[in-house]
Write a protein of this length. Structure first.
Length: 132
């Protein structure tokens, strides 16, 4: 995801994860990478041109509210405090799809380091759903 936090700051996030499904319940492990780039003095207090990279690792929990060959609706929570000691680092996601259409809405906590205040983000995507 590439998310503009405001006109002066943007976030690039990648969150690959591995899930194992037990019927409608999925448990897994996620890696989380966040890069906050400030292009000019922004509300996060960083000077212009400042970049901050953080990584995280932690458990995920998913519930499939709908899971059929033609439709799917998942709710996922990721908690990735390990490797960065940011224990409030939580991301939630709603994923859905019907026939060949898919969507995702994701939101969570953004923090450059342990001493900075918390920020939040929301992002969405639309795409093509391929079944196999």
């Amino acid at each position: 995801f590439l998310i503009a936090l405001d006109a002066k700051t943007y976030l690039v996030q990648a969150s690959p994860e591995i899930r194992y499904w037990l019927s409608l319940l999925g448990i897994g492990l996620a890696f989380d990478y966040q890069r906050i780039q400030t292009v000019s003095s922004g509300p996060l207090g960083a000077p212009a041109g400042t970049a901050s990279d953080t990584i995280g690792l932690g458990p995920t929990l998913s519930i499939a509210a709908v899971d059929s060959p033609t439709a799917r609706l998942l709710f996922t929570v990721r908690w990735t405090p390990f490797l960065n000691e940011q224990y409030e680092r939580v991301t939630g996601e709603i994923e859905g799809g019907y026939e060949f259409f898919s969507f995702a809405v994701q939101g969570g906590v953004v923090k450059q380091n342990r001493s900075e205040p918390l920020g939040f983000f929301v992002a969405g995507s639309l795409g093509v759903r391929l079944r196999w």
